[in-house]
Design a protein around this ligand. Structure first.
Ligand SMILES: [Zn+2]
Length: 480
């Protein structure tokens, strides 16, 4: 491996490399270069390598040395994996079904084709591993999920699994290794399955799958623990984290945005700053179901009128509580009116109030104030009010090092980007408990997701995967 004297600028470096007939040029200072070990492994694999002297931009170095992802291969795999769908209900590939099992047989074969060693962990996560140049380092993980909601889309989840696989495959193609071991994860059942639990695999990995969750049953009375066993997991081992906090060097998840912001602003990449915490409350407003014709307005106890005031208050509160720093949304998305008759005054309303935000304090305040308002308004109207906490998850802040690596990769590739909070939950929210974690969003058509119309183009996916690779290489080198 010889030092290359011509590498004075990016353009001249390219030119010099071409003139010299070199396939690969490394343009960071020798020995201190983050890519020096990559150069060594390329050299060991018999590929022409040269070292330049000036510190060029890392992402460009990745490009120069040929570590570009293969966008066509990625797109082909998206089409192949999306084709594992219930034929009557595209695109449906529910966790724990025979169809999902078959898709994982295929996925395993693709992991192996990329040179990964494959295993299923006790939480039922399918994991492909590529050894690192320095095996003593903790692994860097990437991935997402391969299950779908009923009648979902072709990109939610699998974009991240297959982009992660493409990162590993691109490294394998060059005979290169990161410093850290690389693991590509297909997390089990990120979407709420028939057992009613979401993020089964990532919860299991960090020890947040409770005994109560494992006992939850589906319509056929089978238990989640048996279902995990059925996909090759070991539920008996899930009473503690499969990986302790601090056991990973980092985690990157690529995902479609599932919202309209990037497309509307004409941007390529979203750098996720926070993943929201979600609080769900069950609210019950009780009045009296009376005859809609004979009960005078002044004598009614109409539960729906009280509920409507609460719904309206929630909307106003969330609107006024959001600003540049604070992401806050509130939704009453489920409403059951009893008895729900055209000629009956509504006697009872059961509804769910869901609040999401990037600040736990703000979500807490929202919940407290919502309950206080509901009590007060129901009191004034002679209605009874009760509430119960249905679920709560804490927000996760994406690690600054991960965000910085993604931003640097975007700048070097000329990708247009912005920082943004994720209003949707993701496996990364749990992985943040193990080590520095973050997410890359790519745009999706009209912001549509969880529906058959969900769409991202081959170019958007390829750029996202390239940013993922570049960012992981930057992170890999900076964390040694
Ligand atoms: Zn998803």
């Amino acid at each position: 491996m010889k030092a290359h004297p011509y590498a004075l600028s990016k353009t001249r470096c390219h030119y010099a490399a071409t003139r010299a007939g070199l396939e690969f040029v490394i343009t960071r200072r020798p020995f201190k270069t983050p890519f020096y070990s990559v150069a060594q492994s390329l050299d060991a694999a018999g590929m022409p390598v040269a070292i330049g002297y000036n510190a060029l931009l890392l992402a460009r170095v990745g490009e120069v040395i040929g570590m570009a992802i293969n966008g066509q291969r990625l797109w082909r795999r998206i089409e192949q994996l999306a084709a594992f769908t219930e034929s009557q209900r595209p695109y449906t590939r529910r966790a724990f079904t025979e169809l999902h099992r078959q898709s994982r047989v295929w996925l395993r074969s693709q992991f192996e084709e990329a040179g990964l060693s494959v295993a299923t962990d006790a939480g039922g996560n399918l994991i492909g591993r590529l050894g690192g140049a320095n095996p003593s380092l903790k692994p860097i993980l990437t991935g997402s999920h391969s299950d779908t909601v009923p009648q979902g889309g072709r990109f939610d989840g699998i974009a991240g699994v297959l982009a992660g696989l493409e990162v590993a495959h691109a490294l394998s193609d060059c005979g290169a290794r990161m410093q850290h071991p690389l693991e590509v994860v297909d997390f089990l059942s990120e979407e709420p399955s028939d057992y009613g639990v979401s993020c089964v695999g990532s919860r299991a990995m960090v020890g947040r799958l409770t005994p109560e969750m494992l006992q939850q049953t589906a319509a056929d009375n089978s238990k989640l623990r048996d279902a995990i066993n059925g996909v090759g997991g070991q539920p008996a081992r899930l009473n503690r984290p499969l990986r302790p906090a601090g056991s990973i060097a980092g985690f990157f998840e690529l995902h479609i945005e599932q919202g309209p912001v990037l497309e509307a602003e004409g941007l390529d990449i979203g750098i996720v700053t926070d993943i929201v915490g979600i609080r769900r409350l069950g609210l019950v407003v009780k009045g009296a179901a009376d005859h809609a014709g004979t009960t005078p307005m002044g004598l009614r106890r109409d539960a729906l009128v009280g509920a409507a005031k609460i719904v309206s208050w929630v909307n106003d509160y969330a609107c006024s509580g959001s600003d540049e720093q604070t992401y806050l949304v509130g939704t009453v998305g489920k409403l059951e009116v009893i008895p729900n008759g055209a000629n009956v005054v509504p006697g009872e309303v059961r509804m769910t109030l869901e609040m999401r935000g990037n600040s736990e304090t703000k979500v807490d305040e929202f919940a407290v104030e919502a309950v206080a308002f509901a009590k007060a308004v129901c009191g004034e109207m002679g209605l009874d009010f009760s509430h119960a906490l249905l679920s709560a998850s804490t927000p996760m802040s994406c690690h600054p090092f991960v965000q910085t690596a993604i931003e640097q990769a975007c700048r070097e590739r000329g990708a247009a980007y912005r920082s943004m909070a994720s209003g949707a939950g993701h496996d990364a929210a749990y992985m943040g408990r193990l080590g520095p974690s973050g997410m890359i969003f790519i745009p999706c058509l009209s912001g549509r997701s969880h529906c058959p119309e969900e769409w991202a183009s081959a170019e958007q996916l390829a750029l996202g995967a390239q940013i993922l690779l570049d960012a992981m290489l930057i992170f890999d080198q900076s964390r040694c």
